[in-house]
Design a protein around this ligand. Structure first.
Ligand code: CP
Length: 312
């Protein structure tokens, strides 16, 4: 029986290529279960605690949908103010209690490292659903699964990532995952203020991955097979005048796409979007962002199944 060689999913550096192949193969099986009229029974009797101390639509609801499609149950904190963390309970105590009531914890929290801290004090599996500006590993898994479905390969791809690379945790997780594939290269397109963090640049340099850092959309998009657009993470800015100054600078529209040499460039976005992709882009056959969000359910079903079925 297939299983992952670790208890938790905390960051994308933990994955080997073989893990991804197993997760994607399982996700394809899960797509069949989604098409059934009645839910599957693979996680019958299991309980997932869905702990969201920051807002979410896609991650929380797709995890909850995934658990229910496998026959499991869900308990939820969807508003951090309603948790005893807001009464200054420590993360550790809160984690111990949550783990008593469930078989797996799925957690989003505004502080980098908080989910890893939680995983360190419980035997229950813990999945990072986004920790501050650090990582969002399950988003990166569904992003890579989407790239595979859209491009039919994960090798020999040039990926352009644009806009808020400083706070956009999904972009960090994506880079740490895509390096597993052959001849991958990147363009990092952003204003100076929102450049990719040094830890990501150090990583691509250490792995000798070709990459370009530029503020020029036309230069960064030129060779790209995939364009990954991110939202400016308004909630993480300490200086709102900086946000206001930059918030209209990198809007993707049909004119910008003319700079791409590959007319079938795959356009992705983890969503939610504010203004960064003009609505006129939505109708393009290569605009993949809604299919990308849909892929969240089979990927998260695969993760829940692979982490939980051995404990049955
Ligand atoms: N992509 C993503 O994480 O979306 P949510 O914030 O809605 O979960």
């Amino acid at each position: 029986m297939k299983s992952l060689p670790y208890k938790d999913i905390l960051h994308t550096k933990q994955f080997a290529r073989a893990d991804l192949e197993m997760i994607f193969e399982t996700a394809r099986d899960m797509e069949k279960i989604i098409s059934w009229e009645s839910p599957g029974k693979l996680l019958d009797g299991k309980i997932m605690a869905s702990l969201f101390y920051e807002p979410s639509t896609r991650t929380r609801l797709s995890f909850e949908s995934a658990m229910k499609r496998l026959g499991g149950e869900v308990i939820t904190v969807s508003d951090g103010e309603m948790s005893s963390l807001s009464k200054w309970e420590s993360l550790e105590d809160n984690a111990i209690i949550n783990a008593m009531y469930s078989d797996i914890l799925v957690m989003r929290h505004p502080e980098s490292g908080s989910v890893e801290q939680t995983a360190g004090v419980v035997k229950t599996p813990v999945i990072n659903a986004g920790d501050g500006a650090n990582q969002h590993p399950t988003q990166a898994l569904l992003d890579v699964y989407t790239i595979l479905k859209e491009r039919k390969t994960l090798d020999h791809l040039h990926i352009a990532i644009v806009w808020d690379l400083k706070y956009g945790r999904t972009t960090h997780s994506l880079v740490f995952l895509m390096w597993l594939f052959e001849w991958v290269s990147f363009s990092f397109i952003s204003p100076e203020e929102l450049k990719m963090p040094q830890k990501v640049i150090d990583f691509v340099e250490e792995k000798k991955i070709p990459h370009l850092e530029t503020a020029d959309y036309s230069e960064g998009i030129k060779q790209a097979d995939v364009l990954y657009v991110t939202r400016m993470q308004r909630e993480r800015f300490t200086d709102m005048s900086e946000y206001d100054r930059l918030k209209d600078d990198y809007i993707l529209n049909l004119s910008i796409l003319e700079w791409a040499e590959k007319s079938n460039i795959t356009i992705m976005h983890p969503l939610p979007r504010v203004n960064e992709v003009a609505k006129e882009v939505d109708a393009l056959p290569n605009a993949a962002f809604f299919r990308q969000a849909e892929n969240g359910v089979p990927i998260r079903m695969a993760l829940l199944y692979l982490l939980l079925h051995e404990n049955r």
